[in-house]
Design a protein around this ligand. Structure first.
Ligand code: AMP
Ligand code: MG
Length: 416
């Protein structure tokens, strides 16, 4: 049995970033840049006013500094999008709007509020803006500057920068298409929910959770449906799965008589790399390659499937998309209750991590930790990590927790 860290390392060693595609800029959000991008233009292209006011020569308003208002001739108005037809000379001012190019000759923009607002002549009454309110050309970036490097995650601000430099189409790493196969004779999809009502079957909830987790991780889920617990059925599904970027199966990788997935995988020529990890839930994890397509076989238990996804599938999908930061962050928490684990395995317990009044992170378990109890996963925002060496963790101890979402960062109360 491998440790969690060993299993993660073994999987990621066999995962490569996918090929590159070009997408329209708006669709690049959340993707990873596949090339360095340099500025094709200078931004801003001209020095421009950061105020609505009057562009003028500071030397002309020296008397204002000693409290004496000065009157200047207004020789034009420049709105954003317009350009001055001549420079500003001694004794002159030009009205400028925010964003408008500052005319040659001017070295200050006096805000309108510090003048009488005149249109033919203007009286300047305050000199606090001397030398101010001019944003120089190239303040943001200069033509030729490297704006972003290959592997940069594309966020909203970068989309704006790419737009500013004329990039309508962006080279990004392809999103992995994940073939999701559930297996088990006890399972139905929602179109056969009447059998669930009759208490003869259960819904394949993994088909939904793994789909959702794949999307969150930036992948494209393809539901290949439910395989029956027969070799022939599993073979058909696995065969169909090899045209995708990753094969994700759930169930059938334990030691039951009908756990055929690993055998069928091998019979198709798949190379199993390892099976089983020293963890709970999710010990029966299988990893291998089928025709160069990575396969991850997670346990069927609904929580095990999700925990294995978080620890092993998500980083793999991120690596395929070109991300360098593959893993979620762990945080140190104080456990708010005594925690016991029964087996000598690293435990990942469903927990709710919150901040107490002192800003300290505190963890409480969210309920029954049986690997079939999905409702305790619903309430959790973290997995509390209990090392196999700590069978009993007293209340008040410090442990690590793997955050599963952004909930710690968000609040219902306005908090500025
Ligand atoms: P297995 O891995 O086949 O031994 O299944 C372990 C447990 O997970 C059993 O209780 C199954 O009924 C349950 N299970 C397997 N697959 C699914 C699924 N797709 N959705 C929900 N539960 C499942
Ligand atoms: Mg089964």
């Amino acid at each position: 049995m491998l440790t969690v860290a060993e299993a993660s390392e073994r999987i990621l060693a066999d995962i490569k970033p996918l090929d590159v595609e070009t997408v329209p800029l708006r669709q690049a959000l959340g993707r990873v840049l596949a090339e360095d991008v340099s500025a094709t233009v200078t931004m801003p292209p001209w020095s421009n006013s950061s105020m609505d006011g009057y562009a003028l020569r500071s030397a002309d308003i020296t008397p204002v500094m000693s409290g004496e208002p000065v009157k200047l001739r207004v020789v034009g108005t420049i709105a954003a999008g317009q350009f001055a037809s001549r420079p500003v000379k001694r004794g002159e001012a030009m009205r400028v709007m925010t964003g408008a190019p500052v005319p040659d000759g001017a070295d200050s923009v006096i805000r309108k509020e510090d003048t009488d607002g005149g249109t033919d002549k203007v009286e300047v009454r305050d000199a606090r803006d001397v030398w101010k309110n001019i944003r120089p050309a190239g303040e943001d970036f200069q033509r030729g500057d490297v704006l972003a490097r290959r592997s940069a995650p594309i966020k909203a601000a970068l989309i704006g920068v790419l737009a500013s430099t004329g990039i309508a189409q962006v080279k990004v790493f392809r999103q992995p298409r994940v073939a999701i196969i559930s297996s088990g004779d006890e399972l139905v999809d929602l179109d056969n929910f009447d059998e669930v009502v009759e208490a003869r079957r259960i819904v394949s909830s993994n088909s939904y959770t793994l789909d959702a987790l794949t999307r969150i991780a930036g992948g494209i889920p393809i539901d290949l449906g439910i395989a029956a617990d027969t070799k022939a059925s599993l073979k058909r599904k696995l065969d169909a799965a090899t045209e995708y970027d990753l094969i994700l199966t759930s169930a059938g990788v334990s030691v039951g008589d009908l756990d055929h997935t690993r055998d069928v995988f091998a019979s198709l020529g798949g190379k199993q790399k390892f099976w089983k990890v020293k963890m709970r839930p999710g010990a029966p994890l299988a990893f291998g390659m089928l025709n160069d397509v990575p396969w991850l076989g997670v346990s069927g238990n609904p929580v095990s499937a999700m925990v294995s996804f978080e620890l092993f599938v998500r980083p793999a999908l991120r690596k395929m998309q070109g991300h360098l930061a593959l893993f979620r962050r762990t945080v140190t928490v104080t456990v708010d209750e005594e925690v016991k684990i029964a087996a000598k395995l690293t435990h990942f317990l469903r927990a709710l991590v919150t901040r107490n009044q002192d800003g300290e992170l505190v963890a409480r378990l969210t309920g029954i930790q049986s690997s079939g109890v999905l409702t305790s996963m619903v309430k959790a925002n973290a997995l509390l990590i209990v090392p196999e060496t700590s069978p009993t963790v007293p209340k008040g101890s410090r442990l690590k927790a793997l955050m599963l979402d952004q909930s710690l960062e968000e609040t219902s109360a306005f908090s500025l």
